[in-house]
Ligand binder design. Structure first.
Ligand code: MN
Length: 222
């Protein structure tokens, strides 16, 4: 009995260290599924190389710092206390995961009546929101992200962040829960759009999955 218990314990502790809770997500569509927005080659390189590298580097660093018992939200909530590799790679891991989730080959169009009303309440109109979001994405100098986020009062706001920062991080002045993300690093669009970031940003609307954005909003205001 004692031997079995020790073996079970060993297997248990091995599986804890070998498998991080921070799993690499499946892509819910093929690499060429979003070609109305982004080409197959960019998607493939972005997901299998860029995102994968952020994930691997984050898992390694989180393991070394023994952050594996924490949620990613709790880590971001005090990210300023950790080495920059957690901020950069944890951000890279989380941000891309959200980015893939909020896009779909069946996306585009308008949000549901419910979400539309919330957006109109926050920004005046859906078009004003889109303009604000586009301005944030186009105006982010250098690498970064554009976001739609929900603050602690349930109010929507648009912002952009540099590098792999996101609205959950304690390094930001205005914080909230991100529900829509757009990657504006050159690696996200350069093969297809070259220097024309504006065209890339404007085509994003063709693939936004508003149902996912709405469910993220509902989760955020719980
Ligand atoms: Mn990226």
């Amino acid at each position: 009995m004692k031997t079995i218990a020790i073996i079970t314990l060993l297997i248990g502790s091995f599986s804890i260290t070998a498998q991080s809770q921070f799993t690499f997500p499946e892509l819910g569509y093929s690499f060429d599924a979003l070609e109305s927005f982004i080409d197959k080659t960019t998607m493939e390189i972005h997901y299998t190389r860029h995102h994968k590298a952020y994930h691997a580097n984050f898992v390694k660093a989180a393991d070394e710092l023994k952050l594996n018992g924490m949620s990613i939200e709790a880590i971001f909530n005090q990210v300023s206390q950790y080495p920059a590799t957690i901020r950069n790679n944890g951000g890279g891991y989380f941000n891309h995961k959200l980015f893939w989730e909020v896009m779909s080959p069946n996306g585009g169009g308008e949000p549901s009546k419910n979400l539309l009303r919330i957006i109109e309440k926050g920004f005046g109109s859906f078009n004003v929101f889109k303009s604000e979001f586009e301005a944030a994405a186009k105006g982010q100098f250098g690498s970064g992200w554009a976001w739609l986020a929900v603050d602690s009062n349930g109010k929507l706001f648009v912002l952009s962040t540099p590098n792999q920062d996101n609205p959950l991080m304690d390094v930001l002045e205005k914080r909230g829960t991100p529900i829509l993300a757009l990657d504006v690093w050159e690696h996200a669009y350069y093969l297809h759009y070259q220097n024309k970031r504006g065209n890339y940003v404007e085509n994003f609307w063709k693939v936004v999955d508003w149902k996912v954005v709405e469910s993220k909003y509902n989760e955020a205001i719980q």
